[in-house]
Design a protein around this ligand. Structure first.
Ligand SMILES: NC(=O)c1ccc[n+]([C@@H]2O[C@H](COP(=O)([O-])OP(=O)(O)OC[C@H]3O[C@@H](n4cnc5c(N)ncnc54)[C@H](OP(=O)(O)O)[C@@H]3O)[C@@H](O)[C@H]2O)c1
Length: 350
C-alpha cells in the first residue's frame, strides 16, 4: 500500500498522521489541502513538513488544492481520475471540529465532505483501505457502555458537531463495498511522550482558564467520564487500521476502562498549578459554555477491537504533567513549537 490520500493533513490529527505515514520509507502521500491553487497547497504542506522537521521527505508528499465542500473536492475531472488511479488507501481526517457551528455548516463539511471523499475512493481501482476518522462521541448523550459495534440508538447529541459526525459515519458505513475501518478517537490531547500539540482546543480551554485563576466553580458531575487520548496513540490506531492484515470495521481509540473521572482531572490540575481545585457546582465560568456538556458524560467507551490489535492508550496520569509543561512553555499556543523529531521519540505505550 504505497500511495495514501490524506485529508486534513494541516490539522492536529492529520499532521501527526502525516508524520507517521512518512516514517514508512516506501510511502507516498497525496494530501488534499485548502488553498487557491496548487502552489498555495504545496506551500501549506511544506509549512507542515517544516513544523514536523520532515522537510527532507518533501519528495514523497504531494499536495492537491481542494475543498471537501466543493463538488468533486474542487478537483478537475482529469485530476480526480489521475488521483483515483494511483491511490491505494484513503485516510479521511478533514472535518470541522467546532462545537458552535450550526448543523447546516457542520453537515456541509463533515457529511457532504465525507460523501465526496467516498465518491473519489469508489473510483479507485486499487483501493485497499479506507480509514474514516470519526469520534467516540457519535455516542452522543447515551449513558452506559458504548461498544464499537454500537451506532444507532436513536440517541441525542450535545451539539451539531456530534450529530454531523454520526451522520458521516452512518453514510460511510452504508458503502459496504468500501474496505472500511472507522476509527473513533475520544478527546485528543498532545503527545504522551513530549506533550507536543498543535491544537489547544477542547480540554485545553478549561485547563487554561483554570490555570489563569478564572475557574473557581464549574457545574459538573465529579464522576463524569472524561475520556482522553494522546495524539500519538490516535496516530498508532490510524496506522494500525491501514496496516493490520484484517482490521476490524471499527476501532475505538479511547482510554476506555482507564478513562479518568472528572474529579481526578481537576485534582491533577490543582496539583500541577498549585491552586485549590474548582468547586464542581455553581456558576459556569464565562466562555466555557460549549464545553460544559462534556463534564456530565456518562458514557463508557468499549475498545475491545483496539485491544485485540494490541492497542492500549496510556493512562492520563502518566503523561498529564508533560501535557501541561508543553502547554505552559508554549503559552497555550501563542508561542507555537515544532514537533520533536520522530527519531527522538520513544515508542508509544501501545
Ligand atoms: N481533536 C479531537 O479531540 C478529536 C476527537 C475525536 C475525533 N476527532 C476527529 O479527528 C479529525 C481531525 O480533527 P482535528 O482535531 O485534527 O481537527 P483540526 O485540527 O481542526 O483539523 C481539521 C482539518 O480538516 C481540514 N478541513 C476543514 N475543512 C475542510 C474543507 N472544507 N476542505 C478540506 N479540508 C478541510 C482543515 O484544513 P485547514 O487547515 O484548511 O483548516 C484541517 O486540516 C476530525 O475528523 C475530527 O472529527 C478529533
Amino acid at each position: 500500500m504505497n500511495c495514501v490520500f490524506l485529508t486534513g493533513a494541516t490539522g492536529f490529527v492529520g499532521t501527526e498522521t502525516l508524520a507517521r505515514l512518512l516514517e514508512r520509507p516506501e510511502r507516498e502521500v497525496v494530501a488534499l489541502v485548502r488553498a487557491p491553487d496548487a502552489a498555495g497547497a504545496r506551500e501549506r504542506l511544506l509549512d507542515v513538513l517544516e513544523r514536523l522537521g520532515l522537510e527532507e521527505e518533501a519528495g514523497r508528499v504531494h499536495a492537491v488544492a481542494g475543498d471537501v465542500t466543493t463538488p468533486g473536492l474542487g478537483l478537475t475531472d482529469a485530476e480526480r481520475y489521475a488521483l483515483a488511479d494511483r491511490l491505494d488507501a484513503v485516510v479521511h481526517c478533514a472535518a470541522s471540529v467546532s462545537f458552535s457551528l450550526g448543523l447546516r455548516e457542520s453537515r456541509a463539511i463533515n457529511v457532504d465532505g465525507t460523501r465526496r471523499v467516498v465518491e473519489l475512493a469508489l473510483q479507485a481501482p486499487g483501493l485497499e483501505r479506507f480509514v474514516h476518522v470519526s469520534t467516540a462521541y457519535v455516542a452522543g448523550t447515551r449513558p452506559g457502555s458504548f461498544a464499537e459495534d454500537d451506532l444507532d440508538h436513536g440517541h441525542a447529541f450535545r451539539n451539531p458537531y456530534e450529530q454531523s459526525k454520526w451522520e458521516a459515519e452512518s453514510l460511510v458505513r452504508r458503502h459496504r463495498e468500501l474496505p472500511l475501518t472507522v476509527v473513533r478517537p475520544s478527546i485528543v490531547v498532545g503527545d504522551s511522550q513530549t506533550g507536543w500539540t498543535s491544537a489547544f482546543n477542547v480540554l485545553y480551554h478549561p485547563l487554561q482558564a483554570y490555570a489563569r485563576g478564572l475557574v473557581d466553580t464549574i457545574p459538573a458531575d465529579p464522576d463524569s467520564i472524561v475520556d482522553v487520548v494522546p495524539v500519538d496513540y490516535v496516530a498508532d490506531g490510524i496506522l494500525a487500521a491501514l496496516e493490520a492484515p484484517e482490521p476490524p470495521a471499527t476501532l475505538a481509540l479511547v482510554a476506555g476502562e482507564h478513562a479518568p473521572r472528572l474529579v481526578e482531572l481537576t485534582d491533577a490540575a490543582a496539583r500541577y498549578f498549585d491552586r485549590p481545585p474548582p468547586a464542581l457546582e455553581g456558576e459556569p465560568p464565562d466562555g466555557l459554555e460549549a464545553f460544559l456538556p462534556y463534564f456530565t458524560v456518562a458514557t463508557a467507551f468499549d475498545d475491545a477491537n483496539a485491544r485485540a490489535l494490541g492497542l492500549q492508550a496510556p493512562r492520563i496520569e502518566e503523561y498529564f504533567d508533560r501535557l501541561m509543561d508543553f502547554a505552559v512553555a508554549s503559552r497555550w499556543g501563542k508561542r507555537p513549537a515544532a514537533r520533536p523529531s520522530v527519531t527522538a521519540r520513544t515508542s508509544p505505550a501501545a
